[in-house]
Structure formats: C-alpha cells, structure tokens
Design a protein around this ligand. Structure first.
Ligand code: AHN
Ligand code: ZN
Length: 330
C-alpha cells in the first residue's frame, strides 16, 4: 500500500531532476540570462528525410501536393497560424504551374517580426548531372534542408512559450524551375516576372499576405544541409542587410561555428532573398553555401547526388542553433 502510494512521487521527482540536467546541458544561458531552447538536429534531419520520401517535389506533380499538405499539417500541429497563397506562373519552357507559398505565423499580434524562409519545391531536371539529366532530382539539400531546419524551429518555438517577438515562416514555391544558361538554351524573361527563378518570392513580394506586411529582418536558408558546407557572406545580403549579416555570422562565431559560417565575402546570388529585398523592401540575408575552390554551390547541385547521403546533422545543427540564438535574443 505504502509502495504504490510513493511510486508516482518518485517518478515525478526523477523526471524533474532529468529536465533540469537537460536544460543545463543543452540550453544557452548567457550573461543576459536569455533562455534559448535546444535545437534537435535528429528531428531536423527527420524532416528533411520525410520530404525526400515524398519523391521530387516538382510543381504540378502528386509529390509536390502531398509534401505541401504535410508541411502545412506540421506547422499547424506546432501551433502556428498557417495560410496558403495560391498562384499560377508560366515558366521559360511554357509550362503553366500551379504553385502555393506556405505562410506560417507565430505570435501573430507582435509588432516586431522576424521572417524566416526557404523554398520547398525541387528542380524538375538534373541538368548539371552526367546522366539522367531529364529526370527530377530529390533535392535533399536543394529545397528540403532549409525547410527541415524551419520545421524544427517551428516545433521548438511552438513548444517553448517564451518568445516575445513574432516569427513568420514562408516556404516559397517555384524557386527552382529557372533557366540555367550554362546547361539550357537561354530564354529571355517575359511576362509578370523578372527572373525565371524564384517565382514564389517574386509573387509574394508583390502580393504580401497582409497589406503593408513588413518584418524587422529576414533570413533565407538555401542548401543548408550539406556536409562541410561553407557559408560565405553572400553579396546581396551584405548590400541590403549588412547589420543582419554581422548579427548572424557574429553569433555563429561566438557559438564556435566559424567552420561553417566563414566571415569572408562570397558572390552575389539571385535567390529568393533578392526579391524580398528589392521588391518586398524587407532586409533579408541568405545562408547559402559556396565551394571555396570553384565558387559553385557544390558538386551535388542540380544532380542526382542531391540525396540524403550528402545531408549532415552537424551542418543542420550549426544553422539551427545559430538561428535560435539570434531569434531568442531579439
Ligand atoms: C541561380 O542559379 C540563378 N540562382 C540560384 C538559386 C537556387 C537554385 N537555389 C537553389 N537552386
Ligand atoms: Zn536549385
């Protein structure tokens, strides 16, 4: 009788001890005593793998629709307010795409907001590969990695009710159906868009989900899962948002991630953040890897090698932990 009475108390006590230990080990309490919850790289990796399991997320295919539905369900499940922004666009090869930007908000009433983004579609061809160039890529890194980190951030933020600033996550669609003049016939841009790349971010920047929506700043993640990724300071980021570059690369350095966040200037890349800056007028940086030797995005890029084999939990962790530390200090 006595034993059965005591047992729940013992369990409750030991669970509490366990929580404290975890907190001391994995959270980051600085001089300012800011609580930063822990990022789970296994969980982020799982979200990357899960997207890849739907197959290529090529617009106008079943895998694309199913993945979008999955991402919306996850974001809602973590307590975020989710909206879908549907639109159509014509590509350089005259396809009419049915696209949707997925927009999720946390602390919707907060004035001060941080915008986080990644693209969730994948390229319909492996045009940079030596074989099967006409088949779609899995895009574990090019697409799924950034989204995987953001879904994990959505989980962590949603499950720790202490963040005061607002956060918006936009998963842009139609980023990767671009006309690559190095592998494809060049087609001059026509129609409503100023580039064949980044259709979702161009559309959103001209048609924000809220009238006069703005954010304090934005951070775009693109191909943030590769082993030994090197994130140089991207050109448009440094032009439009130098203080945010400093904030993010500085925090990464403090956390010991300078191996990934290399504080040196890289090239300027036409990516979703360019249009959010130029059209949307929100200062946004891009965390995107470049190869220190040839300046490319890496040998995996737009090839069938862009699968789970090249995804590193360590890289996902460096990016996720850095972002949590930046966000929880705002
Ligand atoms: C261009 O190659 C013009 N922009 C790179 C954007 C991109 C493609 N990100 C991933 N795939
Ligand atoms: Zn791509």
């Amino acid at each position: 009788m006595r034993f059965t009475y005591l047992l729940p108390i013992i369990i409750a006590f030991s669970a509490c001890q366990n929580d404290k230990k975890q907190e001391a080990e994995s959270s980051d309490l600085t001089k300012k005593e800011v609580y930063v919850p822990s990022f789970n790289a296994d969980s982020a990796y799982y979200f990357v793998d899960k997207q890849v399991s739907f197959g290529p997320r090529v617009p106008n295919t079943k895998g694309h629709v199913e993945t979008g539905d999955y991402l919306i369900a996850k974001l809602k499940g973590y307590g975020w307010e989710v909206e879908e922004q549907e639109f159509q666009a014509t590509t350089f090869d005259k396809q009419n795409l049915y696209l949707r930007n997925i927009i999720a908000g946390y602390n919707p009433k907060a004035q001060k907001r941080i915008l986080l983004a990644a693209h969730w579609d994948t390229r319909p061809w492996a045009d940079a590969d030596d074989s099967r160039q006409d088949e779609p890529i899995l895009g574990a890194n090019d697409g799924a990695s950034g989204v995987g980190v953001l879904i994990e951030l959505a989980r962590v933020i949603g499950q720790n009710d202490s963040l005061k600033v607002g956060v918006d996550i936009i998963l842009f669609d139609g980023e990767d159906w671009g006309n690559d003049a190095s592998t494809q016939d060049y087609v001059p841009v026509t129609g409503d868009f100023e580039s064949w790349w980044c259709l979702g971010s161009q559309y959103w920047s001209k048609n924000k989900h809220r009238r006069n929506y703005s954010a304090y700043y934005g951070i775009l993640l693109d191909m943030v899962g590769g082993k030994d990724a090197k994130f140089y300071i991207e050109g448009h980021s440094n032009y439009y948002a130098p203080s945010i570059v400093e904030k993010v690369w500085g925090k990464a350095s403090q956390l010991g991630y300078d191996r990934y966040f290399v504080r040196k200037q890289g090239g300027a890349i036409t990516d979703d953040h360019y249009f959010v800056n130029k059209i949307g007028k929100i200062p946004m940086i891009d965390i995107i890897p470049t190869d220190p030797v040839d300046g490319s995005f890496g040998s995996f890029h737009h090839t069938h090698a862009d699968n789970m084999d090249i995804i590193s939990k360590e890289t996902l962790d460096a990016v996720g932990v850095t972002l949590l530390n930046v966000i929880y200090r705002e």
